[in-house]
Design a protein. Structure first.
Length: 403
């Protein structure tokens, strides 16, 4: 009965703050589903005239909404091109164009009537095109005029079947999230709740503490967003100062002390090779002390165990607890069996952390699997990230949040 009441409260909370059911429209909540074959997280957007719906892959590090506009059944009558000479073109190009170069190009009448070309990137395949055309159209039940890039069909390679583009959620001015914040006149907050099946992504104001179910928001632990030294890296990042396994600090060859990215396009947490080697060794030692039996690894994982004999708990398999220690010893992100072990078949479970290679662009990337059934809130106004304990501790999952 208690868990049923919590499910109702969670759904009511999201309804109260969602623009889909809250008249003030101080936020927007969209559904999220997970594609089993690619492990990608997708949302559905309706856009254009006549309205058509399509699936898009969520990308926390993406700087813009891009779409295969040619895939529409009927061309949109409300789609408007953005021209090279416009301020919106300059804004969208951001640091990729020097202002004086753009201003000088305005003197060339040939350039003035050219479409604004904005690069678009498939962050899963790594494919990047420069010939995407910036356009504006009605999006989300014709309620928002948003900029996005029409990109060639070839950029869809690697996306989940049926996906027509990607939704960029970084803090840049022309990302999908930034445009929604501006359209709603709301706080610049993204609240994300992913699961193995369905979940939500919410943009804008959150529930007031007096509203039903808001205790889940009051349970958030906050840590600062950190700036990426590499300006091409736009994923939200947090500092991970150390790692503990079953309470014991893991020794690394050099201090971590860097930004760990949060990603919805990387399925499992990836660690630079030297970090992974020490982490795996420490985890294996802790697992052996719990009588877990190692077996041959199953790709892409490096450390796997027999499922038989591993007990279960409220937060998944009863396995060593991983603590990411953040700005102080008092602030940690605890990862239990639900988010650390992946059941690859009936007999084998694997540690859901993988070797990211010798020279990855970022030494630590926290993947989507580790974010599931955790309420994550990215607040660009305060430059903070909040995260809840596993919702399983409250007999809930993110699949119980409904837009």
């Amino acid at each position: 009965m208690a868990s049923s009441s919590l499910f109702l409260s969670l759904s009511l909370t999201l309804c109260l703050v969602s623009s889909l059911c809250y008249a003030h429209k101080s936020s927007l909540t969209l559904p999220v589903t997970k594609d089993d074959s690619t492990h990608q997280y997708l949302t559905t957007l309706s856009y254009g005239t006549p309205v058509e719906s399509a699936k898009f892959v969520l990308d926390l590090g993406g700087s813009i909404l891009w779409a295969d506009c040619a895939s529409r059944t009927t061309p949109s009558s409300t789609l408007a091109p953005i021209f090279h000479r416009s301020i919106r073109c300059l804004t969208a190009k951001g640091p990729e164009i020097e202002t004086h170069r753009w201003l000088s190009s305005l003197a060339n009448p040939i350039d003035q009537d050219q479409p604004c070309q904005i690069p678009a990137e498939n962050s899963i395949s790594g494919k990047r095109v420069t010939e995407g055309e910036l356009v504006e159209d009605l999006v989300i039940n014709r309620s928002h005029e948003l900029l996005f890039t029409c990109s060639p069909t070839l950029l869809l390679n690697g996306l989940a079947t049926g996906a027509k583009g990607m939704v960029g959620l970084d803090r840049s001015r022309t990302s999908f999230s930034s445009q929604v914040f501006h359209s709603l006149g709301t706080q610049r907050k993204i609240t994300l709740c992913l699961s193995s099946s369905s979940g939500i992504v919410q943009f804008g104001n959150v529930a007031h503490e007096s509203q039903p179910g808001s205790e889940i928001f009051r349970s958030l632990t906050f840590t600062p967003l950190v700036a990426n030294q590499d300006q091409t890296q736009t994923h939200p990042s947090i500092n991970v100062n150390s790692v503990k396994i079953n309470g014991k600090k893991v020794s690394f060859d050099s201090p971590l002390g860097g930004g760990a990215q949060l990603s919805t396009v990387v399925p499992y947490t990836t660690l630079q090779t030297s970090i992974y080697a020490n982490f795996e060794s420490a985890y294996l030692k802790a697992a052996s002390s719990m009588s877990m039996k190692r077996v041959d690894p199953v790709s892409p994982f490096g450390l796997c165990f027999e499922s038989n004999g591993v007990g279960s708990s409220q937060v998944g398999p009863n396995v060593p607890v991983i603590d990411l220690v953040l700005q102080s010893e008092m602030v940690k992100w605890s990862i239990h069996g639900r988010n650390s072990m992946v059941q690859v078949n009936d007999d084998v479970m694997c540690l859901g952390f993988v070797d990211g290679g010798e020279n990855p662009r970022n030494p630590i990337v926290i993947g989507g699997y580790q974010l599931e059934d955790v309420l994550v809130q990215i607040d660009f106004d305060t430059s903070m990230v909040g995260f809840s304990p596993s919702l399983l501790t409250k007999h809930a999952t993110c699949s119980h949040f409904k837009p």
